[in-house]
Design a protein around this ligand. Structure first.
Ligand code: MG
Length: 331
C-alpha cells in the first residue's frame, strides 16, 4: 500500500497511517509522550512542565486571504503549545525551498512569522535552510518546533459529564477561505482565514477558571477534534446546531462546494470543555481577547459515548469523525 493525500488530511484515514508512524518504543521522556497523541508532549524538568511540539506547513497558495504560510507555521506551533497550557517560549524553523522561489516572497513570509511571534512574546531562536532543485518540492515547506512552559497542563482527554463545550469563535473560516480563493468565488465579502496565535487568549481563559480539556480544531475541523476529545475522555457530547457559530459566507461557500464547515481546518480557534459553573468566567475572559470575541457555549458533556448534534429542526444525528479534511494542503 502507498501513501495517498487522504493520509495527510487529519481524519480517520490519517489515523491509520499514524499507527505505522507512531510505532516507537522510545516515545516518552518522562511526562506525556507520543503515545498520548495530544497536541504536544510534556517533559517535567527541574520542577517545571516543559511542553514540546512540532508542525510542518505546505499550504497552497503560499499567500492566502487572511494570512500566509509564515503566519500559519508560527501559529500552528504556538497554538499546539497553548492547547497543552504552555506559554510559548522558543521556536525553531526548518525551511525547504525550491530553486526559483522569489526572495522577496521569503522576506514577506519571515516578516509575518515575526509578527505572529511578537503577538505572544515568543522568539524564533534556531533554524535550518535547505534548497532543492526545481521540481523536487513545490515552492516551500516550513517546519517549526516549539517549547513552552505550562503552569497547568491541559489535556484533550479531560472532559467530564457536566462540562459545557465552548468554541472561541466561528468555525470553518480557514478551510473555506483557502477553498473559495482557489475556486475564485466571489461571495461579496471575501472569506478570510482565522489564522492567529492564541496564547494570550488561552492564558486569560486559564486564569479565569478551570478548563478540563482543550484542542485546536485544525485539519479535519471541529468534527474531528470533538470526536477525538469525546473518545479519549470516554464521554458523550451533545451539540446544539443553532448555537454553532458559522459565518454566512462560509456557510454559502460550503454549500456551493459540498463541504461541511465543521470538517475543515480552523487555524485560530479553540474547543474547550469547562465545568458549567466556570463557563461564565471563562467566556468573559475569552471575550476580552481580540481572537475570542465570538466565543460561545455550543453544547454539553454527558455520560456515554459519541458526539450528537441536536438539529435546528428538532432532530438528532451523530457528528461523525470525518475520513479526512476535504480541503487538500490546507495548512
Ligand atoms: Mg492541535
Amino acid at each position: 500500500m502507498k501513501v495517498n493525500m487522504m493520509h495527510g488530511a487529519g481524519g480517520e484515514v490519517m489515523g491509520e497511517l499514524l499507527q505505522t508512524l507512531t510505532k516507537f518504543t522510545h516515545n516518552n521522556a518522562g511526562g506525556i509522550g507520543l503515545e498520548a497523541m495530544d497536541d504536544g508532549a510534556v517533559i517535567p524538568f527541574n520542577g517545571k512542565n516543559l511542553v514540546f511540539t512540532t508542525d510542518s506547513h505546505v499550504v497552497r497558495p503560499v499567500f492566502f486571504p487572511g494570512g500566509d504560510i509564515g503566519r500559519i507555521s508560527v501559529c500552528g506551533t504556538i497554538n499546539d503549545l497553548a492547547m497543552m497550557g504552555g506559554r510559548p517560549i522558543a521556536l525553531s524553523c526548518g525551511m525547504i525551498i525550491e530553486e526559483g522561489f522569489e526572495i522577496d516572497d521569503l522576506a514577506k513570509i519571515v516578516a509575518s512569522m515575526d509578527e505572529a511571534l511578537g503577538e505572544c512574546g515568543a522568539n524564533l531562536v534556531c533554524g535550518d535552510t535547505k534548497v532543492m532543485e526545481k521540481g523536487a518540492i513545490d515552492g516551500i515547506a516550513i517546519n517549526t518546533s516549539g517549547i513552552g512552559i505550562a503552569k497547568t497542563i491541559v489535556r484533550d482527554n479531560g472532559l467530564m459529564p457536566g462540562d459545557v463545550i465552548i468554541v472561541s469563535g466561528t468555525l470553518g473560516d480557514h478551510g473555506l477561505a483557502i477553498m473559495a480563493h482557489r475556486e475564485g468565488f466571489d461571495l461579496g465579502e471575501q472569506i478570510k482565514s482565522d489564522v492567529a496565535p492564541l496564547w494570550n487568549m488561552v492564558e486569560k481563559a486559564l486564569d479565569a477558571g478551570t478548563i478540563h480539556a482543550m484542542k485546536d480544531p485544525t485539519r479535519g475541523g471541529f468534527a474531528s477534534a470533538i470526536n477525538e476529545m469525546a473518545r479519549k475522555s470516554g464521554v458523550c457530547i451533545r451539540i446544539q446546531e443553532d448555537k454553532v457559530p458559522i459565518r454566512k459566507n462560509v456557510r454559502s461557500a460550503g454549500g456551493m462546494l459540498g463541504i461541511d464547515p465543521l470538517e475543515v481546518a480552523n487555524e485560530g480557534k479553540v474547543v474547550m470543555g469547562v465545568p458549567a459553573s466556570h463557563a461564565e468566567a471563562v467566556l468573559s475572559a475569552l471575550h476580552s481577547d481580540k481572537y475570542g470575541r465570538e466565543a460561545t457555549v455550543i453544547g454539553t458533556v454527558t455520560k456515554g459515548s459519541h458526539v450528537i448534534m441536536e438539529t435546528t429542526i428538532g432532530g438528532e444525528r451523530f457528528i461523525e469523525p470525518p475520513m479526512g479534511d476535504p480541503v487538500p494542503r490546507v495548512c
